[in-house]
Design a protein around this ligand. Structure first.
Ligand code: BGC
Length: 408
């Protein structure tokens, strides 16, 4: 067979292209292997994580250095399931504000009606020094109270439970000094001050001077208490959301932060561990975790949370994909501009990618196009993206399972 010069040149280019392509694939595969290995969680590693957690919880209970916060909640009587009545709940979490109106039912553990309204927390309030966060909370709460009180004119004494998802130092059920803001919240607003007194003042300013706030609870504590109303065997409350944390029932005598001579109503109290801060050399980390930490609102703290929870998982995956795009040409020669943008790819996107089980991974393609404006991807590229997202999800799930086992 004879080749003309242009045909021969074309063939040489084609062979070169395929060679380059398969070399690129091999490099991408070896980077994926690296993460498979880094994120691997064999049982001994999970045991090391569990042991570190138990050790730091115990140190925290004894108020020793290196211990977790282990904050007393002053919840030392749990619902029996027979409670009745009409009340409100404010849930100030990491991303959304929810206000619920709840009517407890006649039967044991029954709820007659729950109406929940939800607002995304406006960006400006993440910098708490603006001072408007609780005013915003009070305004939304007043709206719900008016909506549900007789004739819409406003109940004079609504009973409002306050679920506040940050570390607070309590001396009773109905007070708590803010210790530090976490997740994306920053600033000095209310640090060292009673968050319940501040809320009451804002509710009064919004036309609810008679509002009763009998309790402030961390979201983990509130989760445990709420479930206990229905399930008498509940011992733990775990949050896997924007942040992560766990509360559990502990013997009051073992809680070092309780004042000397504290005489509670029960022998046990719910303790908020603030496990987001757990540290352990065996945590399966990678370079991207360091980048995520450095560029976070609170560098150096919540390192466990940064491997596990919703505020960070998308960002870890985005950074790994960026490495693959920059160093290994995952998406061809050019690096997609939006992939280099902080927090452009969030955990909801990561979850959609993870969940796509279609043969051609069309869902992954849609996310890449809609969120990162990466179009016309090959199946192999989409497969790589899914594998990265799955590795990040799996690491989080395994770490949570290791920690849950340790406290049960
Ligand atoms: C906070 C905890 C909270 C958890 C889940 C963490 O960042 O410090 O108080 O329970 O997020 O919302």
């Amino acid at each position: 067979m004879q080749f003309t010069a242009p045909l021969a040149a074309g063939l040489v280019l084609l062979v070169k292209h395929y060679r380059n392509e398969s070399a690129r694939r091999r490099r991408i595969e070896s980077v994926l292997d690296e993460y498979r290995e880094l994120f691997n969680t064999p049982v001994p590693r999970l045991h090391a994580v569990r042991d570190a957690l138990v050790e730091q919880m115990e140190a925290g209970l004894r108020c020793q250095p290196g211990g977790l916060m282990m904050l007393p909640s002053y919840v030392d009587v749990l619902p029996s399931g027979h409670e009745q009545g009409d009340c409100y709940a404010i849930d100030l979490g990491g991303t959304n504000l929810r206000v619920a109106h709840v009517q407890l039912g006649q039967e044991r553990g029954a709820t007659q009606a729950v109406h929940i309204r939800e607002w995304p927390i406006p960006e400006e309030h993440y910098d708490t020094d603006g001072g408007g966060l609780l005013r915003y909370v009070a305004r939304c709460t007043a709206e719900v109270v008016r909506q549900h009180s007789a004739g819409g004119t406003g109940d004079l004494r609504p009973v409002i439970g306050f679920c506040f998802s940050f570390p607070v130092d309590q001396t009773a059920l109905d007070n708590g000094r803010v210790l530090v803001w976490t997740k994306n919240f920053r600033g000095r607003y209310l640090v060292g001050q009673d968050v319940v007194a501040a809320l009451r003042a804002e509710l009064a300013a919004e036309g609810l001077p008679g509002a009763v706030v009998p309790a402030v609870m961390n979201d983990t504590v509130a989760t445990l208490v709420a479930l206990r109303y229905r399930e008498p065997d509940t011992q733990l409350g775990i949050i896997l959301g924007t942040g992560t944390n766990c509360a559990y029932l502990e013997r009051s005598a073992a809680v070092g932060k309780l004042p000397a001579g504290f005489a509670g109503r029960g022998a046990a109290m719910v303790v908020n561990s603030e496990w987001a801060d757990m540290r352990c050399a065996a945590l399966p980390g990678c370079l991207e975790d360091l980048w995520v930490d450095c560029s976070s609102t609170h560098p150096g703290s919540g390192l466990f949370e940064k491997q596990v929870s919703g505020l960070y998982l998308g960002e870890v995956a985005r950074r790994i994909l960026l490495r693959l795009a920059e160093k290994e040409g995952l998406f061809g020669g050019a690096v997609p501009g939006l992939l280099a943008r902080h927090h452009r790819f969030d955990t909801a996107h990561l979850a959609s990618v993870d969940e796509d089980s279609s043969a051609e991974l069309a869902g992954v393609g849609e996310v890449l196009a809609a969120v990162l404006e990466i179009r016309g991807t090959t199946r192999r590229q989409r497969q790589t993206v899914q594998e990265v997202c799955r590795l990040v999800c799996l690491r989080s799930a395994r770490l949570c399972a290791a920690d849950r086992k340790s406290v049960v």
